[in-house]
Write a protein that binds this ligand. Sequence first.
Ligand SMILES: Cc1cc2nc3c(=O)[nH]c(=O)nc-3n(C[C@H](O)[C@H](O)[C@H](O)COP(=O)(O)OP(=O)(O)OC[C@H]3O[C@@H](n4cnc5c(N)ncnc54)[C@H](O)[C@@H]3O)c2cc1C
Length: 512
Amino acid sequence: MASPHRRDFALIVIGSGISGLFVALEARHLGPVLVLTKGSIDDCNTRWAQGGIAAAVGPLDSPGQHLADTISAGAGLVNEHAARVLCYEAPARIHDLVTYGVAFDSLDGEVALGREAAHSRSRVLHAGGDRTGAEIETALSAAAMDPSITILDYTLATRLVVTNGRVTGVEAVALESGATETYEAPTVVLATGGAGQLYSHTTNPDVATGDGIALAFDAGAEIADIEFYQFHPTALRVPGVPTFLISEAVRGEGATLRNARGEAFMARYHPLGDLAPRDIVARAIVAEMRPAEAESVALDCTGLKSVDLAARFPAIFAYCSSAGIDMRTDPIPVSPAAHYLMGGVRTDIHGRTTLPGLYACGEVACTGVHGANRLASNSLMETVVFGKRVVEHIESGERGSAAARPDATPATGPAGAAPTHHELQRVMWDGAGIERNAEGMERALATIASWPAPDAAPTRPAFERRQMTVMASLMLRAAMARTESRGAHYRSDYPATDDAHWKKQQVFVRAE
Ligand SMILES: Cc1cc2nc3c(=O)[nH]c(=O)nc-3n(C[C@H](O)[C@H](O)[C@H](O)COP(=O)(O)OP(=O)(O)OC[C@H]3O[C@@H](n4cnc5c(N)ncnc54)[C@H](O)[C@@H]3O)c2cc1C
């Protein structure tokens, strides 16, 4: 496609997952919208979401109950104001998604609602069985084929342009030609997703390298809750087979985790058993694998005779089959994998970052709704609830940014960049994984500091390594500073939660 005129846009959105496409669609009436995305339009975390999207739409449910569950999962750090917005606006955003063509599954004429860990009600809407994310991405991509929206795929955003303290555009590289271009607009929305690629084992696709957080940090925006990274307890672990998520919804249907002795162990760790919060399940699995020196535990679906597993979980069923596992008769080998970043670019309830002109929404943002631990299926909902608010706020014409935090800690980026993707992943898996301690994190930071200066070439691999190194360095520093365990952040040297000192958010900002 010929390069569009670089100044023609009312809004630039970086990213084409659910957040980016939803914002672009909602903002069409404001003027021409430019979407930059570094891969194909559907190369994103969204496409892989399985379990579904949470909203209190069932007759036995209420937004208040959804809010209570969200606050409880977040281990004392949920921003209650933002979480209230999330839970009370969720049903209306489901309606918006349906309007854009998302066909949620139904049962006997009613919307089908799944149950996931730490939800006290069945409130997870799904589409195409376990292909919820793919169904959403397909519907929004089709809707975004609109004359008001220009989508530049294979275009890597490499820098936020800041003029007199305000974000005024984006520098980007067209990956096929190598040409660098600067696009200008009064408003830029970061919708760049998460950072699972920081770890050796992850459910996230290759694009999830935390670019947006590092872009925002470099531009001077505040970054919050970055030490809280959620590891999904159950990813398929078969040697030689790429990691694949086995959704919590499988346990929601009654599947059981078993150790090497065949024992169902979760009741020993939490009253909710197999549906305990994710961090507890992930650590329990690690604890059960350790004595047996096992690489995995077993997820046993063989007792689910009343569930048609192939129909309810078509993607999981097909993937397991391709790995030689019939989930009706064989236990599925699973172990934890990096999955979701609770922290990110700090925003207020309108998606405003602390930099004027820059909004963030979706996994790249930290609205505070997840606190120290995300409640399953709240993340897809967060993208659309706050995506809508971003557009409403832009439309209101009110300028300015979210209030800066006076207690933000000044931080510098790393001096160097990781020599290889795999080495960085290993350093993070070992140093800032499911269990952390000071010794491991200091070693990881020292390794990162010893790496050579970044490659100046604006290739995607070199750029991503640089962004991941910024992320790794921030995450390690935040995790080292938090001398307690809370939610997804577990320190073996500080196993207790310390409310007296740490019932608070950590915020970082680039040192001047
Ligand atoms: C396997 C899996 C299962 C999940 N299941 C669920 C679930 O059941 N329910 C739920 O609520 N959540 C689930 N999640 C989480 C949820 O899918 C994500 O949090 C959500 O999709 C994030 O959407 P997003 O639009 O913010 O980011 P993404 O969908 O990841 O999109 C990010 C976009 O930004 C682009 N991008 C990144 N950097 C740049 C750059 N420098 N320049 C240009 N473009 C860039 C990417 O290419 C991509 O298009 C799951 C996640 C995974 C990985």
